[in-house]
Design a protein around this ligand. Structure first.
Ligand code: C5P
Length: 395
């Protein structure tokens, strides 16, 4: 993932405490961060805190122009993106009206890079018609608005207006500079492990963490697609800003996919789907019989979701995964043909499952491309680029 220089503006709001974590997460992704604070923000988090976390001088109304007189211009010239988080109702109103009476609003007015804002305010302030007018104006002006989320607020009230969490903002920000290779496309994905119940407390599942599927959902969203995720069991947080439908068993996943597949341009089947379910599932918890005789578990085959989607009359562009333990490429090639899909992603099952990294080979009818070993998000970006290339070729 490319690394950028981010100018982080902080306006007055208790959500400023989340911005400390945000600076840490952005730096962990490899970005550099400069912080500019409004006077009100300094009441919620000290410039010293942000200086220590960012490793850079923090700019305030008092210090910005004493340095060289041009910080309000220069800072956005040095940045690839300007994010204001938290963005108060007051700061948003000023930016929407082109006012420039403090450091943050002047930086926004004079910016030469994309601007994103993460509103944070009381629920009544959020739904105040003047604020909603300002938000609509900001969006019409090409400013990205992240959130807000809904929930309990520091003031004791409940509703919309909470700033997104630091991890959500760190996840969404790179979307701003990601090429929109799937703009206007609708992408449906499955991810994670299915669970086939044996009795009310036991079941058959597998080691898939859902990381690769979540990374592909994020990469598709970042590439401008409308994304729908059907998720089995995930050991990672579901992606931000994406519709997620939860499915427990393979048959539930099959139903959810068939409900959502209409009007999809792409279907990416990443889930580790159980091949069989338990035909004699017990309604009561199975007990040992005391004689050492184990219970008999009868298995029946599950629907092959990917093959079923690929057979639909108006099938979307289908992408399958082949996680194999041996003869990886040979099995993957055969699987691509058997399932009737244009692209299959081959990997080594044991080393990939649960790991943060992946080494994959993309197999289509015209090419076999071995990707270098990379993090799952970088791998996902490469898969999305290949899907976009093949879609373009097909039209
Ligand atoms: O047949 P196998 O499980 O090896 O195929 C793997 C690919 O097929 C994956 O893309 C997986 O998501 C999909 N699959 C499916 N439904 C099944 C089994 C696998 O969609 N019942």
């Amino acid at each position: 993932m490319p690394t950028k220089h981010i100018l982080l503006g902080i306006s007055g709001g208790i959500a400023a405490y989340k911005s400390c974590e945000l600076v840490r997460l952005l730096r962990k992704q490899g970005h550099t961060v400069s912080v500019a604070m409004s006077r009100a923000a300094a009441g919620f988090g000290s410039p010293q805190t942000f200086q220590a976390l960012s490793g850079h001088t923090v700019w305030t109304d008092d210090t910005a122009d004493s340095a060289d007189g041009m910080a309000h211009i220069r800072l956005s010239r040095e940045a690839d993106v300007f994010l204001i988080a938290p963005a108060s109702a007051n700061t948003l109103a000023k930016i929407a009206h082109g006012m420039a009476d403090n450091l943050l609003s002047t930086l926004a007015a004079a910016r030469a890079c994309p601007l994103a804002v993460a509103p944070a305010m009381n629920v009544e302030m959020w739904r105040n018609p003047a604020n909603l007018r300002n938000i609509a104006q900001l969006q019409a002006d090409g400013i990205t608005v992240f959130g807000p989320a809904s929930g309990s607020q520091a003031c004791g009230e409940t509703g919309e207006g909470r700033m997104l969490e630091a991890a959500e903002l760190a996840e969404l920000l790179p979307d701003l500079w990601t090429p929109k290779l799937l703009a206007g496309k609708r992408v449906l994905l499955t991810a994670g492990a299915t669970f086939e119940a044996i009795d009310p407390v036991r079941g058959i599942t597998n080691l898939s963490s859902g990381r690769m599927g979540v990374a592909l959902a994020q990469a598709s969203r970042a590439a401008g697609a409308e994304v729908v995720l059907v998720a089995g069991q995930l050991q990672v947080a579901p992606p931000t800003g994406i519709a997620v439908h939860h499915a427990h068993s393979a048959r539930e996943m099959h139903e959810a996919v068939m409900r959502e597949v209409d009007n999809c341009d792409v279907f990416i089947s990443v889930a580790a789907v159980a091949d069989y379910h338990v035909a004699n599932r017990s309604a009561e918890k199975l007990k040992k019989d005391g004689n050492g005789t184990p219970p008999v578990i009868e298995l029946a085959e599950n629907p092959d979701i990917l093959a079923a989607v690929a057979r639909l009359p108006n099938a979307p562009f289908c992408v399958g995964f082949a996680a194999e333990s041996h003869n990886v490429l040979e099995h993957a090639r055969a699987k691509r043909l058997r399932k009737g899909v244009p692209l299959i992603v081959a990997n080594h099952a044991v080393s990939a499952m649960g790991s943060g990294n992946n080494q994959l080979t993309l197999i289509s009818d015209s090419a076999e491309t071995a990707l270098p070993e990379m993090g799952k998000r970088d791998t996902a970006d490469a898969i999305v680029a290949e899907i976009a290339r093949l879609l373009e070729k097909a039209t």
